[in-house]
Write a protein that binds this ligand. Structure first.
Ligand SMILES: *[C@@H]1O[C@H](CO)[C@@H](O)[C@H](O)[C@H]1NC(C)=O
Ligand SMILES: *[C@@H]1O[C@H](CO)[C@@H](O)[C@H](O)[C@H]1NC(C)=O
Ligand SMILES: *[C@@H]1O[C@H](CO)[C@@H](O)[C@H](O)[C@H]1NC(C)=O
Ligand SMILES: *[C@@H]1O[C@H](CO)[C@@H](O)[C@H](O)[C@H]1NC(C)=O
Ligand SMILES: *[C@@H]1O[C@H](CO)[C@@H](O)[C@H](O)[C@H]1NC(C)=O
Ligand SMILES: *[C@@H]1O[C@H](CO)[C@@H](O)[C@H](O)[C@H]1NC(C)=O
Length: 282
């Protein structure tokens, strides 16, 4: 083969890669879709394809495919696939491909996949935080999801977006099934929810738990514990402030404030609604 033929092959190969480069698939709503709701998947490419094909995969095989004529914008192309009102059958992994009318059987490389989970199939679990759902920025937090249903897995979402992977459920001493999610040191403020699912259908999730709002307070700059006595209460300031009072009948009541230690503590704050009853006399 002559040098120029090699060069032409080389260029053809790169043109081929360029033409069939994978499109992008994005979900225009969070990928956790409640039974009966709709979700739109947008397939787009910098390449001017004629048609986009959306495939749904279940159990590793293509279950269904949809075709839409591409719309051309700004030198690229896109199509919006509307799915729903969803049924359990719509759960699965979706991918999209681009094609040209002159060669409809040659598809581009596949887009990255999107997992669509259908929620609302089983009774909702409960989500709780061990302590107050208030965390200092940079600190860890643990959330517990539990249910009396024997779910195989629990999952956590933040503002409707699944967080990490689910965890296999653990039977607790009181007969409920539960999991503890350690949020690590980068806790984001927002509404957290949890879900349960069974092994037979990993894309079908329960109704979401009631939301738990996690509040993240200011950065811990000076983190020096400070203990002081304040009108019959013993107080400790350590990023937050807690004041405890021993009552005549020997019970203890405490007030917890989520405010960071940089806030100056004074007696008027003790009666402020900012302070929450932490432990009450039984
Ligand atoms: C999924 O595939 C496995 C084997 O690959 C098979 O045993 C199972 O029945 C399939 N499940 C469904 C729902 O098709
Ligand atoms: C798809 O939906 C997005 C968001 O609503 C919109 O910006 C875009 O123009 C739509 N594209 C098509 C081809 O309808
Ligand atoms: C936060 O969690 C990580 C990983 O679980 C652990 O290594 C670290 O010690 C924890 N930090 C605190 C302050 O608990
Ligand atoms: C079981 O324990 C969890 C905490 O681990 C608690 O929140 C829940 O209320 C308990 N359930 C029953 C039925 O006691
Ligand atoms: C999966 O198993 C659970 C519990 O055994 C059952 O309630 C549920 O209906 C099953 N789901 C499917 C899709 O088979
Ligand atoms: C005490 O704190 C409150 C609330 O932050 C503030 O409004 C008030 O001025 C403070 N009083 C004194 C004496 O510093």
């Amino acid at each position: 083969m002559s040098m120029s033929k090699i060069l032409i092959r080389f260029i053809q190969f790169f043109l081929f890669l360029e033409i069939y480069r994978k499109p992008f698939l994005v979900a225009l709503q969070p990928p956790l879709v409640n039974l009966g709701e709709k979700v739109t998947l947008e397939c787009r490419s910098e390449i001017v394809f004629d048609t986009f094909i959306l495939t749904s995969h279940k159990n590793g095989t293509i279950k269904d495919s949809l075709e839409l004529t591409a719309e051309h914008h700004h030198g690229g192309s896109q199509a919006n696939f509307s799915i729903g009102p969803v049924t359990p059958d719509d759960a699965g992994t979706y991918r999209c491909y681009g094609t040209f009318n002159h060669s409809p059987y040659e598809w581009s490389e596949s887009s990255d996949p999107i997992d669509i989970k259908i929620t609302g199939l089983y009774k909702k679990p409960s989500l709780s935080a061990l302590m107050e759902p208030v965390v200092m920025s940079g600190e860890n937090m643990t959330l517990t999801c539990f249910s009396d249903l024997q779910f195989d897995m629990f999952h956590l979402s933040m503002e409707g977006v699944p967080k990490d992977h689910g965890l296999p459920s653990v039977k607790s001493h009181n007969g409920t099934f539960q999991d503890s999610f350690h949020l690590g040191s980068v806790v984001q403020a927002g509404n957290y929810r949890c879900y349960g699912s069974f092994r037979n259908s990993s894309h079908l999730w329960s109704t979401p738990s009631d939301p738990l709002y996690i509040l993240v307070t200011g950065k811990k700059t000076s983190y020096i514990p400070h203990i002081f006595y304040h009108s019959e209460s013993l107080c400790l300031t350590l990023g937050f402030t807690i004041c405890c009072t021993v009552h005549p009948k020997c019970c203890l009541s405490c007030l917890l404030s989520p405010e960071p230690s940089s806030y100056f503590f004074n007696s008027s704050m003790c009666t402020s609604p900012l302070f929450k009853h932490f432990l009450r006399c039984g």
